[in-house]
Design a protein around this ligand. Structure first.
Ligand code: PMP
Length: 422
């Protein structure tokens, strides 16, 4: 049996009761793109709008006070989930915006009036390090930062087996490095990266470390103290929460020395026509009326995950991943791109089917009610590295069972039959 009670969990997800493609059960294997939402999350958002809807941190009325209370309580819940105090949690729109926030704060640092805001300025001669397996969200903002500042982008490559190639770590990460940005779990290969080694090297040369937790925080226990990095970013919509809310965790002493990214209401201390001063973190980075309902929904998602237990969630997905890797290995012509066993590997399984284009595989699966992702998965350099035009990707979550994996394997065989490759 699987570590989680799949039938009980499925009953919490209204969308799993619908059928697709003429009455077929929905086999949702695309949680890596976005996760489905349990009733508890949907109820929390509705409760907010029906009962306490108001702009937090504004207004002297009871609703505003209650909205502020619920918003800040969710901040504490979400902080505790990753072992962080509330003043280190900044709400953004998603992972993408959280990374852009850091990248823009670092380029804004170069022209900041306040000397302490110049601490992490980036300029010519400086280097930013990423890896070849980053999602575009953790690549393009750094390319752009380099274009704005004259800094140079460097990267760590990949091994044939789908892991980070750390053989040149000490030359790529060096005294010129200002920041290392790395994903904890690859969204396309499933690889879980050895962050201790990277963090140790980065800190030894005085560089900051940003960890992209978009695919790790939803699927394994993550504790920022154990992680040892300076920033951790993730998206609510990938962890059973609503769309429109993401999280930037930053070490307080680092956040405190960063200038703002977006400016406007809510983030100011004193405003004069001649110029203004800004609030301390996290308010400095939350300009405008926030996505209050979404934050409260994300708080409910965290409660839901915590009730299941993140250790169990991780074990559950490991069991499914092992089972899926075995099942796919039994099908001639199927090649998994990424680690072939479950050691330091999460549940994103990308594969190709000999003689059938990934989009055609996706199409056949869709006809059978099986939702997967096809394409380059916003990690174009990765598919290029492994010499494939695209892949088909299956991803798992708390409601996934062995029956879903069996459906996937049967669907792949059906695609092979349809295209006459077997
Ligand atoms: N990083 C990784 C590893 C991801 O998988 C994703 C989402 N596919 C992102 C970043 C970007 O997340 P979002 O689109 O929610 O900003």
């Amino acid at each position: 049996p699987l570590p989680l009670d799949v039938e009980a969990i499925r009953a919490d997800f209204p969308i799993l009761t619908r059928t697709v493609r003429d009455g077929k059960r929905l086999v949702y294997l695309d949680s890596g793109a976005t996760s489905q939402k349990p009733r508890q999350v949907l109820d929390a958002e509705r409760w907010f709008y029906e009962n306490i809807n108001a702009a937090p941190h504004r207004g002297a009325h009871q609703l505003a006070e209650e909205a502020t209370g619920a918003y800040e309580e969710a901040r504490r819940t979400i902080g505790a989930f990753i072992g962080a105090p509330e003043n280190e949690i900044v709400f953004t729109r998603n992972t993408t915006e959280a990374i852009n926030l850091v990248a823009y704060a670092m380029s804004n640092a170069g022209t900041a009036k306040e000397p302490e805001f110049r601490t992490y300025a980036v300029g010519q001669g400086d280097e930013i390090v990423v890896t070849e397996m980053e999602h575009h969200a953790d690549l393009i903002p750094w390319q752009q930062l380099c274009e704005r500042t004259g800094a140079t982008l460097r990267w760590l490559g990949l091994t044939d087996g789908g892991r980070l190639d750390l053989s040149d770590l000490d030359t790529v990460v060096n005294e010129r490095t200002k920041l290392v940005a790395v994903t904890q779990q690859s969204n396309i290969l499933g690889t879980i990266n050895p962050l201790e080694e990277l963090v140790a090297r980065a800190h030894a040369v005085g560089a900051l470390v940003l960890v992209d937790g978009a695919q790790s925080v939803p699927h394994q226990p993550v504790d920022v103290t154990a992680l040892g990095a300076d920033f951790l970013v993730f998206s609510g919509h990938k962890m059973l929460g609503p769309t429109g809310v993401g999280v930037l965790w930053g070490r307080y002493d680092v956040l405190d020395k960063l200038p703002p990214f977006l400016t406007g209401g809510s983030m100011i201390e004193v405003v004069r026509m001649e110029g203004s001063t800004f609030m301390p973190p996290p308010q400095r980075f939350e300009a405008g009326v926030p996505m209050t309902a979404q934050v409260i929904g994300l708080g409910a998602a965290v409660d839901y995950l915590q009730a299941l237990g993140m250790d169990k969630v991780e074990e559950h997905e490991k069991a499914l991943t092992g089972y899926a890797l075995e099942k796919l290995a039994e099908i001639p012509g199927v090649t998994v791109i990424g680690p072939a066993d479950t050691v330091a590997r999460g549940g994103a399984i990308s594969f190709t089917v000999e003689g059938v284009h990934p989009h055609d595989v996706g199409q056949v699966l869709d006809d059978l009610g099986i939702a997967v992702r096809v394409g380059h998965h916003c990690a174009w350099p990765v598919v290029r590295r492994y010499g494939v035009p695209a892949t088909t990707r299956a991803t798992f979550y708390v409601h996934t069972g062995y029956d879903d994996v069996d459906a996937l394997a049967d669907g792949i065989r059906a695609a092979q039959k349809f295209f006459g490759t077997v």
